[in-house]
Design a protein around this ligand. Structure first.
Ligand code: NAP
Length: 316
């Protein structure tokens, strides 16, 4: 099969397309013929090996030769012990542990996959597992009338988070670069902030801050919170994340706020509720562009340069 492989952390030009054997599903695994794989910031991070947490499992060289975790496609074979899927079923899921989605076939644990809703295309379904799960968990505490701020709101997880927070009845502020402000408004953000010209921690205090790209000090995040407010970071620099779990947690306790890192739980229970809202039309999926397998380096560069509105997908 054709697959996009790499052996060293680096820029997109370390990637190449080559023929490799089709993987065989082990017990409790499913072989998926890939129809679409969406690109996440986590793919970009594991490509470059930075932040440091992106090297978990492969300090010097990548642990997985083929990137791509948010897969959608048809079951091509099943390993021993599979009960929920049969050959031909249309499935989707987040294969962050094994990756392998930038290829014609990938194996994934049964527990990570769900049946694809018929109303969604493969490309649409592939946008949901990781970004939808982060948005679902990150906004689950949002309530009617609260002020919610989402930092990095114009990207994959952020576009779902804006819409889910709005559905909860909160007043939503989206922060991203100037080119994404109109897009965030279209998705329902009440206020938008360009991170290059304004520091959101110096605006008003918020009841919930969901940060997809943390890099500031915990004192800045504490300043952004109203009494009883909660700051949750999902991604960002290793330094910022470490400071949040150590000093931030203590600072929050001392000042009647909560600061912490959201380690997103994976699996269908976390993304199927978002898929249901996409099927009913309450939540919109925005696919900025589709790329072929040969164009995976360009797709990753496009994401890394910060030009993506919502999500991009690769269709082999
Ligand atoms: N905690 C967990 O369990 C877990 C699991 C999986 C993934 N993650 C993390 O979750 C995050 C989700 O990212 P995603 O896939 O939604 O990323 P994405 O699609 O790349 O979106 C990130 C957005 O943030 C913007 N941005 C960059 N720098 C910013 C800044 N300083 N201030 C405000 N916005 C900024 C980007 O725009 P520009 O770059 O164009 O400016 C982009 O629109 C990633 O950090 C990933 O590593 C966490």
């Amino acid at each position: 099969m054709r697959a996009v492989t790499y052996d060293h952390y680096g820029p997109p030009d370390v990637l190449r397309v080559e023929e490799i054997p089709v993987p065989s599903p082990a017990a409790n695994q499913v072989l998926v013929e890939i129809a679409a794989t969406s690109v996440n910031l986590s793919d970009w991070e594991v490509l470059r090996g930075t932040p440091m947490y992106a090297r978990i499992g492969g300090l010097r060289a990548p642990a997985r030769r083929v990137l791509g975790s948010d897969i959608a496609g048809r079951v091509a074979a099943v390993g021993a012990g599979i009960t929920r899927f049969s050959v031909g079923d249309e499935v989707y899921g987040d294969n962050l542990g094994l990756m392998g989605g930038f290829a014609e076939y990938a194996v994934a644990p049964e527990s990570m996959l769900a049946h694809k809703p018929k109303q969604l295309t493969f490309a649409e379904a592939s946008t949901l597992p990781q970004a939808g799960a982060i948005a679902f968990q990150g906004t689950s505490g949002a309530r009617r009338g609260q002020r919610v701020l989402i930092n990095g709101a114009g990207g994959g997880a952020g576009t779902f988070a804006i819409q889910l927070a709005k559905l909860s009845g909160a007043h939503v502020t989206g922060v991203d670069n100037a080119g994404k402000l109109g897009f965030m408004r279209e998705l329902g953000a009440d206020d938008v902030v360009d991170y290059r010209s304004q520091d959101f921690t110096r605006l008003e205090p918020y009841d919930l801050v969901l940060d997809l790209v943390a890099h500031r000090s915990v004192f800045a995040y504490r300043r952004a919170l109203a009494p009883g407010g909660r700051y949750l970071c999902v991604g960002g620099t290793t330094r910022a994340l470490l400071r949040v779990v150590t000093v931030g947690a203590a600072l929050g306790r001392l000042t009647g706020r909560r600061l912490g890192v959201l380690v997103a739980r994976q699996g269908p229970a976390q993304f199927e509720p978002v898929a249901e809202r996409c099927v009913t039309g309450d939540v919109r999926i925005h696919i900025d562009r589709a790329f072929s397998l040969d164009e995976v380096p360009q797709a990753l560069a496009y994401l890394g340069e910060g030009r993506v509105l919502g999500k991009i997908v690769v269709t082999p």
